[in-house]
Ligand binder design. Structure first.
Ligand code: SF4
Ligand code: SF4
Length: 332
């Protein structure tokens, strides 16, 4: 396989979540991480969510001058990035120590069950219940078709969630993108090794799937990002989850089609420690890990029916924390 590598361009993306509709948290997260210097913010493909993200970005732009691109997440089929969790609280025994509540990064779980708007489907609670009461369900925010969503939102970039065996539906999505004539400065392809299918998928299968997709994306003449997810929707909170992402990158990173390489799905504040300095990806994306450290600040503001940026001192603290979180990646 012959490939020409694009110029190195180290960048960071904040993932807000493909099924996340916690508008208040999205606005604050976007304000905080815009100020901290991310390059892209990835949100659900839904007008109200995008508007919340834009408000947060706008707030930061006035003070911090950074202006990240807005990326929307779309899928060419069923995808765990587009899901939520649920359980019936009436079935919970009163003596339960509530491990589900403890693992949820967005405080979406309380005595009344899971608050749908706060759940973004990370999946961390799914195996936490000793009685197995928690299940997942498919949830796609946008009720509009892709063409009208693109027309309304006008994103800077699009992330297509796909799977190895979904080439035909991927082609349909690309053809809609093409006919919509949306001006995009990046297309990102997220295709991990699906652990749920019965036949085992190897990194080589993933490589072939990405090269197939490159053949049809290439004609659009838009810079591409190949997103390697070590663990699909890992919740990325344990330091060791980073190893899977780095392992996948080391295994196939040098054979990927032309474009930028970005790590996700298992990326957290420890990921940079596992990377070799002579073999670095172009970018990284943070979801749960970036959100979890901000959630207590955001919850505090929400309890008072405010946005965090209504509290300048706490906001400054949150931005400092976000910068500290991103710094190791920026300085490698
Ligand atoms: S742990 Fe994750 S999947 Fe479970 S309720 Fe919280 S956000 Fe949703
Ligand atoms: S861990 Fe299970 S039983 Fe306990 S509160 Fe959560 S869902 Fe209910």
């Amino acid at each position: 396989m012959i490939k020409t590598k694009n110029k190195k361009e180290k960048w960071i993306k904040l993932i807000c979540g493909a099924s996340n509709e916690d508008i208040v948290a999205i606005e604050d997260l976007c304000a905080i991480y815009t100020a901290a210097g991310v390059d892209y913010i990835d949100v659900a493909a839904e007008e109200s969510i995008v508007n919340a993200a834009k408000k947060g970005i706008e707030w930061s732009k006035k003070v911090y001058k950074n202006s990240p691109g807005l990326m929307i997440s779309i899928s060419d089929g069923n995808d765990i990035h587009f899901r939520k969790a649920k359980f019936d609280p009436l079935k919970c025994p009163p003596h339960c120590l509530r491990p589900c509540e403890k693992v949820c990064p967005t405080f979406a779980i309380d005595n009344s069950g899971i608050k749908e708007s706060k759940c973004y489907g990370c999946g961390r609670c799914l195996n936490s219940c000793p009685l197995n009461l928690i299940s997942e369900y498919e949830y796609n925010l946008s009720k509009d078709d892709l063409a009208s969503t693109l027309k309304k939102i006008k994103p800077n970039a699009v992330e297509i969630h796909t799977e190895i065996n979904r080439f035909d539906s991927f082609k349909k999505v690309v053809s809609t993108l093409k006919s919509s004539e949306t001006k995009l400065d990046k297309i990102s392809v997220s295709c991990g090794l699906n652990q749920s299918v019965k036949e085992s998928q190897e990194p080589e299968d993933l490589l072939k799937a990405l090269w197939d997709r490159y053949e049809i994306l290439n004609e659009l003449n838009i810079p591409l990002i190949w997103q390697l997810d070590g663990r699909p929707m890992s919740g990325d909170l344990a330091p060791t989850t980073s190893r899977d992402t780095v392992k996948l990158f080391e295994r196939i990173g040098s054979d990927l089609p032309p474009g930028l390489i970005q790590l996700a799905g298992g990326t957290n504040e420890k990921t940079h420690e596992f990377l070799k300095s002579n073999n670095l990806p172009d970018g990284i994306a943070f979801g749960s890990a970036a959100r979890k450290i901000m959630q207590p600040f955001i919850e505090f503001a929400h309890k008072n029916n405010k946005r965090l940026y209504n509290y300048p001192e706490i906001m400054a603290l949150a931005i400092q924390k976000a910068q500290k979180f991103l710094d190791p990646w920026k300085s490698i």
